[in-house]
Write a protein that binds this ligand. Structure first.
Ligand code: AMP
Ligand code: GLY
Length: 424
């Protein structure tokens, strides 16, 4: 079959790498792709929001299956556009992608269906939000309602920070219209875990767990980023936690969406906080995580295309997901200055080192060919260097070793990805 992947990040590189292994796939395209994806797929220069361009291409090439990677096109109805054109697509429709696209929607859903999450209030006006923070307990969490590249969450330790936060989200529009409405939420403490799952509308099958490191600097300091590194599995996600989540969070979420007439088919990514009072939902995403995918898919035994097909056909109950009994660590190599100001176009060397080494992967997040056959940096997060090992310690040592093979000016990484596992 012919497959098209929509997206251009490290997540899409990991998906493309895994999809390319399926014996069912004869031809793989990616729109728009990047310098690494070009090694496993033919990249076509169509933007992720250009639905006419994408569906036109899919029709012309007789694509059998399209997989939508990022949140923005899903929230804007990319899956609906493919379905309307009579094309097979993996990813939730717009009315289901709202699970991620509106934090107010997801919080109200959780409240209505008694799914454990932090207490919250929603505000459409900055005056009311400002009045609320005057009497609320600190610290407090402010969240832009809409999509903000994973950066629309402000954790405010003091009342002054909270006032400042409301102003920047709602009045200065730091994240544009995503901040027209905000959710103000109770601050929770505990371990964070990411759990990705496949959903076919009624059945949910969870993948292995992972943990992201969202802050830019070692020791969880610095600004929030799209993610600086991940490890899988999380030793804190025990069988007991898994059992609780399946009963009180995972299936109830799928059932709630169906009940609301918003049948969800695709990936639900549960961002969980393991609090003293049990696991609670931090957020939902309606897509694979980035860089969680880079540590989850290398451990997955199933043919990914078969699982996508089962989700679309509503036959996921017949699929048994299987993961290797090993571990993986992904260290993101960024351009110094990310997530604020950084240079692009810097030549990358050392990529060939990965070619014949089993268990080592370099997933490209922001790279491109410069026209002279060189791969150059093309984003804040540049590469996701991933290694598997027998356990987390081995995977981590290998991943950090592999980061040394890569060179580019302004190369920046965190040095404590997976350090938390020492405490487990
Ligand atoms: P989100 O995009 O909602 O996952 O938020 C980004 C990050 O902010 C999360 O990964 C958490 O580290 C943190 N965060 C979000 N909500 C809360 C909360 N209610 N309490 C504590 N930390 C939070
Ligand atoms: N790694 C977090 C996310 O994909 O949103």
């Amino acid at each position: 079959m012919k497959v098209l992947i929509v997206g251009s990040g490290g997540r899409e590189h990991a998906i493309a790498w895994k999809v390319a292994q399926s014996p069912m796939v004869e031809k793989l395209y990616c729109a728009p792709g990047n310098g690494g994806i070009a090694q496993v797929a033919e990249c076509v220069n169509i933007g992720v929001m250009d639905f006419d361009g994408l569906t036109g291409f899919a029709k012309e090439k007789e694509i059998d299956l399209t997989i939508i990677g990022p949140d923005d096109p899903l929230a804007a109805g990319a899956a609906d556009a493919f379905e309307a054109a009579g094309l097979r697509v993996f990813g939730p429709r717009k009315n289901a992608a709202i699970l991620e696209a509106s934090k107010a929607f997801s919080k109200d859903l959780m409240k209505k269906y008694h799914i454990p999450t932090a207490a919250y209030e929603t505000f459409d006006s900055p005056e009311k939000a400002l009045a609320y923070v005057e009497t609320a307990d600190m610290p407090i969490v402010l969240k832009a309602d809409g999509l903000a590249l994973g950066k629309g969450v402000l954790i405010c330790g003091t009342r002054e920070e909270a006032r400042e936060g409301v102003r920047s989200l709602m009045m200065d529009k730091q994240f544009g219209s995503a901040g027209d409405r905000i959710v103000v939420e109770e601050f929770m403490t505990g371990r964070e875990v990411s759990v990705l799952s496949f959903v076919d509308g009624k059945t949910i099958k969870v993948m292995t767990s992972a943990q992201d490191h969202k802050r830019a600097k070692d020791g969880d300091k610095g600004l929030n980023t799209g993610g600086m590194g991940t490890f899988s599995p999380s030793p804190f996600y025990t069988e007991e936690v898994d059992e609780f989540c399946k009963k009180h969070i995972f299936q109830p979420t799928v059932d709630a969406m169906r009940e609301e007439g918003r049948e969800f088919k695709g990936i639900i990514f549960f961002g969980l906080m393991l609090t003293e009072k049990g696991p609670k939902v931090l957020e939902y995403n309606a897509r694979f995580g980035d860089p969680e995918t880079q540590v989850v898919l290398p451990r997955m035994k199933n043919d990914l295309v078969e699982v996508f097909e089962a989700c679309i056909d509503g036959t996921l109950d017949q699929v048994e997901l299987e993961f290797e009994d090993n571990a993986a660590v992904c260290v993101v190599l960024a351009s110094d200055g990310y997530p604020e100001h950084y240079e692009k176009g810097l030549p990358i060397t050392g990529l060939d080192e990965f070619q014949d080494k089993e268990g080592y992967y370099v997933f490209h997040a922001g790279s491109r060919f410069d026209g002279e056959g060189r791969v150059v940096t093309n984003g804040g997060r540049v590469l996701g260097v991933t290694a598997v090992g027998q356990d987390l310690k081995e995977a981590r040592a290998r991943a950090y070793k592999a980061t040394e093979w890569i060179h580019f000016d302004n190369k920046y990484m965190r040095h404590d990805i997976g350090k938390a596992i020492d405490e487990a």
